[in-house]
Design a protein around this ligand. Structure first.
Ligand code: NAG
Ligand code: NAG
Ligand code: NAG
Length: 394
């Protein structure tokens, strides 16, 4: 062990002993800290690791991904009339009824595809971390910022990071056409969008997730790891690579599914809630343990196990819970990151920058951040002149 990593270890241990970070009540609730920095002995934050040369990679990847989109002619999916026999079907809200009618529909035509993103089956093993970001067509500004910051395709600590946005369709009539055209324009420049012809709604997120896993099986089956998340999170992808490289070095197991663990919660039975799930959709009072959908890491192995299990589990419209259901059926467990918290950050006191780069440098993921903040922060944490004081003085 080198001197600097020993020093680092001591630093991290101190940090950990101090209960990770002190939380004070001053802290705003505007964003949730989902996944904080991980096990203290899992990485060294010596600065050079964060200064990745990203000048040279673009021609590298673009040459392999230019492809014209294929249209996949799937047959129309008919509604399932027998759901009307479910107890109290009549009294359910219209959106839940529709959901039940079309619950079995899992195949939708593709509007935009990038079949060569991973370079084919064999070469897909060169993709170390595949970023799979759920993004609705209107979120153009978020995608632009992500492309320039944490979702930039690049070599990080010697391994490849690739990026894919997954999307459906939005709006009606001309609006749909315009938004589809926007995605098409972005595609011609960046080759990083998969779009299916289904309505991009909250209740269709599970569908989006499963369609992606199906795509992955076909086009990127050997990617080592996935980060699956929303387009409004701040993900420290360099730290993720270090964490995953360490996971790999330890060998031992192929299964990984890690994020902000949620357990001992059950479906909300109140029809007013955004998360309303009546008995007709999910009978049990308890969900299996799952990781919050803002962002989580999983291995390629676990992704394919989830997909295989999904065939026999009816769609539940809450996507992160559904992943938990697939894991449970496979006998696999999602896990929590050490030092993870859902709300509140270190806030040393007044007059302190709540987006202090020294803090964000240490962690994996923060939920909800504005595009401008994301852009600034990414640059600040990669600033070679950034000097972070020892933690006990912060
Ligand atoms: C239609 O709905 C019924 C009742 O929920 C269910 O048992 C059946 O499997 C469904 N059929 C299809 C094709 O999904
Ligand atoms: C992929 O690898 C297998 C052996 O692992 C080989 O038989 C096959 O030809 C390769 N396919 C391509 C397209 O290179
Ligand atoms: C999901 O997408 C399909 C296809 O566009 C649409 O018919 C359905 O209404 C959507 N479901 C929900 C719950 O929004």
């Amino acid at each position: 062990m080198t001197y600097s990593s020993t020093k680092m270890l001591g630093f991290c241990k101190r940090l950990f002993q101090r209960g990770v970070f002190e939380v004070t009540s001053v802290m705003v609730g505007t964003f949730l800290l989902v996944t904080l920095f991980y096990y203290s002995d899992h990485f060294s934050t010596s600065d050079h690791k964060f200064q990745i040369d990203i000048g040279n990679y673009e021609h590298h990847m673009l040459s392999s991904v230019r492809e014209s989109p294929k249209i996949d002619p799937s047959p129309k999916c008919e509604r399932n009339i027998s759901v009307e026999q479910l107890p109290n079907f009549i009294s359910l809200p219209t959106n839940i009824k529709d959901l039940l009618y079309y619950r079995h529909c899992r195949h939708f035509p593709m509007l935009l595809d990038i079949p060569n993103k991973c370079g084919g089956t064999n070469a897909s093993s060169d993709v170390f971390l595949l970023l799979v970001i759920k993004s609705s067509a209107v979120n153009y500004d978020r995608r632009e910022v992500l492309r320039k910051t944490w979702a930039k395709e690049r070599l990080s600590n010697g391994v490849w990071i690739r990026r894919i946005f997954i999307s459906g369709t939005m709006g009606t009539g001309h609006e749909t056409k315009r938004l589809n055209q926007l995605l098409k324009l972005e595609q011609s420049k960046y080759n990083d969008i998969i779009q299916w012809d289904f309505k991009d709604t909250f209740y269709n997120l599970t569908l989006k997730q499963m369609l992606f896993l199906e795509w992955m099986e076909r086009n990127c089956p050997r990617a080592n790891f996935l980060f699956n998340g929303d387009d409004d999170v701040f993900a420290n992808t360099d730290n993720m690579v270090l964490y995953l490289q360490n996971f790999e070095r330890k060998g031992g197991r192929k299964h990984l599914f890690a994020g902000h663990l949620i357990y001992n919660v059950g479906p909300i039975r109140s029809p007013q809630s955004k998360y309303y799930v009546p008995e007709q959709l999910y009978e049990s009072k308890l969900y299996p343990a799952y990781c919050g959908g803002g962002g989580f890491l999983l291995s390629g192995y676990t992704a394919s196990v989830i997909y295989a299990n999904s065939h026999s589990i009816p769609i539940l419209p809450i996507d992160d819970v559904y992943m938990g259901m697939c894991l449970a059926q496979a006998g696999l467990k999602p896990e929590h990151h050490l030092g993870v918290r859902t709300a509140g950050l270190h806030v040393p006191g007044k007059n302190v920058d709540e987006l202090d780069p020294c803090f964000f440098k240490e962690m994996l993921l923060v939920h909800r951040m504005l595009s401008g903040e994301m852009y600034t922060l990414w640059h600040r944490i990669h600033d070679p002149d950034l000097r972070c004081p020892p933690l006990n003085s912060r």
